[in-house]
Design a binder for this molecule. Sequence first.
Ligand code: CP
Length: 305
Amino acid sequence: MRHLIDIKDLSVEEIKGLIDTANDIIENRAAYSEVCKGKKLATLFFEPSTRTRLSFEAAMWELGGSVLGFSSADASSTSKGESVTDTVRTVGCYADIIAMRHPKEGAPLLASLSSTVPIINAGDGGHSHPTQTLTDLLTIMREKGRLDNMTVALCGDLKFGRTVHSLISAMSFYDNVKFILISPEELKVPNYIRQDVLEKKNLEWYETDNMENALGEADVLYMTRVQRERFFNEADYLRLKDSFILDTEKMKYAKPDTTILHPLPRVNEISVKVDEDPRACYFKQVENGKFIRMALIMMLLGVTK
Ligand code: CP
């Protein structure tokens, strides 16, 4: 039995296989419509979500399976004091696979230690979000035709942004990827990403607060929201929330083929006017999330076309 807790649980070959399957699903939707018939996915979301939960559910429906679950801790027996461990042991009696989001870092890992069915980390606190990263990799592959030989700029809340941590880890697998990290001083990437990934792998990277210069270099710009829910102090959030805003003026500094991504939800950090720019790919990214999650569910359940 396999779980997906961290993007590093997957090899480069397995990621390529998932991307290939997702691309095949996009081309041949009907061929996958019954591959998970009789299987059930449980979505256990202890923290709010629109894209991740609904794309997992849409993915399972499109594979011919069924879904059950809850969308907040309040709607489960967690509110009565039940542990994560007991919850997943219970849900494993009803479902074949579980996608779990939790505000506590490490909760999906803890759940996987006692689960009788595969656990997928659908985001744990400010730590990691491996299925968003699979979504991002599929989108970059479809837009750029490659995952190597590029400059990736990541902008915004690089401290609490779990999608950023997982994406840097994943892109570090590929040759000649340079990172530009654009953030306020207080929201720089955490030390474990700096030391265990960027420095340990001797990658090319630098930190800056100059978005315009970075835009001129970036093949991919990955914008992120400042994560209000991770701040202890509202005043700090209000001071930092609009540090970097991508608008049509700033887009003039970007290359003609820069791919603009954002895991969403956005607040102010990308002007809605940018949505009309053909380089804005974040709604394509949303759609790709369903297809790569279909491929992942198939892989973890061991089903094929
Ligand atoms: N990208 C992402 O995780 O979005 P949701 O919080 O809406 O699931």
